[in-house]
Design a protein around this ligand. Sequence first.
Ligand SMILES: [Zn+2]
Length: 235
Amino acid sequence: MRPILPGVYAFSGMLVGRAYLIEGPDGLTIIDAGMALAADRILHQLAAAGHAPGEIRRILITHAHFDHIGGLPRLKALTGAEVIASAIERPYVEGRAALPTPAPDQLGLPDRLMLRLGSGTTAPATPVDRTCEDGDTVSEALGGLRAILAPGHTPGHTAYWAPEPGVLFCGDAMMRTPGLRLPFAAFTGDMAAARRAISRLAGLSPAVVCFGHGAPLTRYTAATLRAFARRVGGD
Ligand SMILES: [Zn+2]
């Protein structure tokens, strides 16, 4: 695990996508569960840090893509943690509905190929124990962690936001590779909504952003995000 700020860590070795650990007065919170192989790596790193699996109280899901919930069934089974996702994302996490994909004729050739490659990739279904709505406090960690709906990449895509100290877990609302960029078009059902979500998240003026893909942004964060939203964001 790599520390990002006191009480917040990124798990190592996820291969694709990122998962985070947050220590709080109400136990440990994990954000997203990575690919299928990630569950054992997460538990191994927790054990090395002296944490038993049962200390994980909740797993917050940003969205139902396979690189974010692939490890969820095993992580849930081994920790007994409560799985929390937005009410809109729930049917996708539970495998009861297929995520919408963009119309191929709206995509350039590279994105069309990516869409075709990814079209057979489904995430394993996992029951959601509790749903959250926009603005709900989902943990006491970091002074109170709130769900912020940031749809577009997926219909119920959710960011998690701690207003004080200003830490945002943005999932795939945007990516950092290493500059900020829009989520991959091939895996984004509604890019216009995704652009609006970026504007909304930039309006939070975070001090730290932790991405689903890419290293955390910890310096000049609010200004960087505002400039990015001015360039790509929607109304
Ligand atoms: Zn995604």
